[in-house]
Design a protein around this ligand. Structure first.
Ligand code: 9MR
Ligand code: 9MR
Length: 538
C-alpha cells in the first residue's frame, strides 16, 4: 500500500512537471537546435548524453514568449553550438526534461524511408480487386453506357477510406516526383519512382479511351464502415469526368513520362503516359467548365455519391500546372502559351485544391521559371520567414489561427517548408533552410501537445488514426509512417475535444477524422520534405 501511494505521488509529481518539447527525431549537426520549455524559466539547462550520462553542453535559458492562443509561457533553450553526433536529452536545473533525440548526419533519413513505405502499405488490397467497376450514370459516353463494367485495379487508397480519387492521387505523385527531379541521386529515389509508378499505372485506367477525359474518382456511393477490405460489399463506380481530374492527370502523367524517358526499360511506358497526358489535356481544352460539384451531380444522377468530393470552383491552377509539365516534356509552344495565359499573380504553397505551386516547382527545377515567377516565390518565402520572429514554438508555422484547419500539418506546415526550399535553391538564403527545418521540428514534437505527428516515429505519436486499414487489421496500433491531419478547430467530426485553442484541437481517437485521419497527399508532403532536408543537410 505504501508503495502504491508513493508511486501515485511520484506520478503526480511527474505529470505536474513542465515538459521540454523537442523534435523527437533530432537535428543535423550543423542545424539550429532549439528546445522549448513549458513555462517561464531563467535558469540553466544541460544537454546530457543518453549513453554516458555526461553533460556535453550547458547554457542559460533564452527568451520567454506567450502563446497567442492559450497565453501559456514558453521558454527557448538554444543549443545550436552542440554539434557532436549522439543521443541526448535536455535537462533543466529545476528537473524538467525532454524526450531522447539524436544529433546525426542522417537524422531524417529514417523518416523519409518510413514515409515512403507508408505508400506501399496503403496499396489497395485483394479485398478491392476493382476488376468490375461500374460506369456511374454521371460518367456515361457513347461507347460506355450506364452500367458498363470496366477494370481499374491497383493504386493506393486515398486515406482512412477505401476510395481512389484522381485529383488527390495526381497531386500526390506530382509532388513526390517533383522531389525526385529536384534531388537526383537521393538514396531512396529508385524506390520512390517504383512506388509512384504503381499508382500512375492505376491512374491510366481512369481515362476514358473514347475521348481522353478522366473520371474524377473510383468510389462506393457512401463511405464503407470500419470493416476490412474483404468485408466491403458496396458496388464501386467511376464517376463523372471532370476538368480538374483530367488536368491533374495530364500534369502528373506528363511529368512521369519525362522521368521515365531516362530509363530504357520504361521507354514504352513513357510513350504511353505522354500520349495519355496530351489526350487528357485536349479533353480539358474542350471541356473547360466541367468542374466537379457533387451536390449538383447528385440532383441529376443516381445513385447519390457522398464520399470525398475533391471539388473545385476553378480549374485555372490545374491548367497552369498541366501546361507547365507538358511544355517541359514536349517543348511545344502551344503549352508555353497556355502556361503564360494561366500564370498566377503570386506564389502559393501547393495543396490538392491549388496546384499552381507544382507548376512553379517544375519550371524552377528545369530552369524555365520567369523572373516574375522567381520574385513571387521569394516574396512568399520572405513573408513566411518573417512569421518565425518571436514565435513561441520557434517556427514560422503555428502562430496564427489560420494555420489550423483540416490537413493543416501537411497543407500549411510542410507545404510552406517545401516551398521555402525552392526559394533556398534560388537565392541561397540560409534562413529559408533554417525555417524549413523549424517547421519540421514543430511537426515532430516541438508543439503545444508535444506530439510527433507521424505514426510509429518519435516517443509520443498518434496510435489511433482514422484509418480503416489499420483499425481492422487485427493488430493493435497504427501502421507506421503516416502523417495525421493535425489540430483543427473546425471539429467537423463532432468529437469531444479537450481544448478550444486552435493549436490544441487534436484528438488521437479513431473517430476524429477532422484531426486524426491519414492521407496520401499529406504523406507526399512528408516524403518530399524529409528527402529534401536530408539531401540538403548532409
Ligand atoms: O471515413 C471518412 C473519412 O475518410 C472522410 O475524410 C470523412 C469526411 O468526408 O468522412 C469519414 O466518414 C464518416 C462519414 O462522413 C460520416 N459518418 C461516419 C464516417 C466515419 O466513420
Ligand atoms: O483533404 C481534404 C480536406 O481538404 C477537406 O477539407 C476534407 C473535407 O472535404 O476532405 C479532405 O479529404 C478527404 C477526402 O474527401 C476523402 N478521403 C479522406 C480525405 C482526408 O480526410
Amino acid at each position: 500500500m505504501k508503495n502504491i501511494l508513493f508511486a501515485l505521488l511520484f506520478l503526480t509529481a511527474c505529470t505536474a512537471r513542465p515538459q521540454v518539447l523537442v523534435n523527437q527525431l533530432g537535428h543535423y549537426p550543423d542545424g539550429e537546435k532549439i528546445a522549448v520549455m513549458q513555462g517561464s524559466y531563467t535558469g540553466t539547462f544541460r544537454i546530457v548524453d543518453e549513453q554516458t550520462g555526461e553533460t556535453v553542453y550547458e547554457n542559460t535559458a533564452g527568451e520567454t514568449f506567450a502563446s497567442p492562443f492559450s497565453g501559456k509561457r514558453l521558454t527557448h533553450l538554444d543549443f545550436t553550438p552542440m554539434n557532436k553526433p549522439g543521443t541526448y536529452r535536455v535537462v533543466t536545473e529545476n528537473g524538467a526534461s525532454s524526450s531522447v533525440f539524436s544529433i546525426d548526419d542522417n537524422v531524417l533519413a529514417p523518416l523519409a524511408s518510413t514515409a515512403l513505405n507508408a505508400f506501399f502499405l496503403q496499396r489497395s488490397q485483394p479485398g478491392h480487386p476493382d476488376t468490375s467497376v461500374m460506369i456511374h450514370s454521371s460518367a456515361v459516353s457513347l461507347e460506355r453506357p450506364e452500367g458498363t463494367v470496366i477494370s481499374s485495379p491497383g493504386g493506393w487508397y486515398d486515406a482512412g477510406d477505401y476510395n481512389k480519387y484522381i485529383v488527390n492521387a495526381s497531386y500526390t505523385t506530382g509532388l513526390v516526383l517533383a522531389g525526385y527531379e529536384k534531388y537526383p541521386g537521393y538514396s531512396l529515389n529508385d524506390g520512390i519512382l517504383e512506388e509512384m509508378m504503381y499508382n500512375l499505372q492505376w491512374a491510366l485506367t481512369m481515362q476514358d479511351p473514347g475521348d481522353g477525359g478522366v473520371y474524377h474518382k473510383l468510389t462506393t456511393p457512401s463511405f464503407e464502415g470500419f470493416v476490412k477490405p474483404e468485408e466491403c460489399k458496396q458496388q464501386r463506380y467511376v464517376v463523372q469526368k471532370s476538368v480538374t481530374a483530367t488536368l491533374d492527370f495530364a500534369a502528373s502523367m506528363g511529368q512521369a513520362a519525362r522521368i521515365c524517358r531516362q530509363f530504357p526499360e520504361y521507354s514504352q511506358t513513357a510513350d504511353e503516359m505522354e500520349k495519355a497526358a496530351e489526350y487528357a489535356y485536349q479533353w480539358a481544352l474542350n471541356n473547360p467548365d466541367a468542374l466537379y460539384n457533387q451536390f449538383e451531380m447528385n440532383k441529376q444522377f443516381d445513385p447519390d455519391v457522398s464520399t470525398g468530393a475533391y471539388g473545385d470552383r476553378s480549374a485555372r491552377d490545374e491548367f497552369f500546372w498541366a501546361s507547365c509539365e507538358l511544355y517541359l516534356t514536349t517543348g511545344e509552344e502551344s503549352y508555353y502559351e497556355k502556361m503564360m495565359e494561366y500564370a498566377p499573380e503570386s506564389f502559393t504553397a501547393p495543396l490538392w485544391g491549388n496546384v499552381n505551386g507544382l507548376g512553379y516547382f517544375a519550371l524552377l527545377t528545369h530552369g524555365k521559371a520567369t523572373e516574375t515567377m522567381k520574385q513571387h516565390l521569394i516574396s512568399f518565402c520572405d513573408s513566411i520567414a518573417l512569421k518565425a520572429q518571436g514565435a513561441p514554438y520557434a517556427s514560422s508555422y503555428g502562430n496564427s489561427e489560420r494555420d489550423f484547419f483540416w490537413g493543416c500539418l501537411s497543407e500549411s506546415c510542410l507545404s510552406n517548408a517545401i516551398s521555402l526550399l525552392y526559394g533556398y535553391a534560388l537565392n541561397g538564403n540560409k534562413d529559408y533552410l533554417d525555417q524549413a527545418l523549424h517547421n519540421m521540428d514543430y511537426l515532430l514534437g516541438r508543439n503545444p501537445l508535444g506530439y510527433c505527428y507521424v505514426t510509429g516515429v518519435g516517443t509520443k505519436s498518434p496510435v489511433n488514426p482514422h484509418h480503416r486499414l489499420a483499425a481492422t487489421d487485427g493488430i493493435p496500433g497504427p501502421l507506421p509512417g503516416f502523417l495525421v491531419g493535425g489540430p483543427n478547430p473546425a471539429k467537423q467530426d463532432g468529437c469531444d475535444y479537450p481544448s478550444d485553442f486552435p493549436d490544441e484541437c487534436y484528438l488521437d481517437i479513431v473517430e476524429s477524422y477532422a484531426s486524426n485521419e491519414i492521407a496520401i497527399n499529406w504523406n507526399a508532403t512528408l516524403l518530399h520534405l524529409a528527402v529534401a532536408l536530408d539531401a540538403l543537410s548532409r
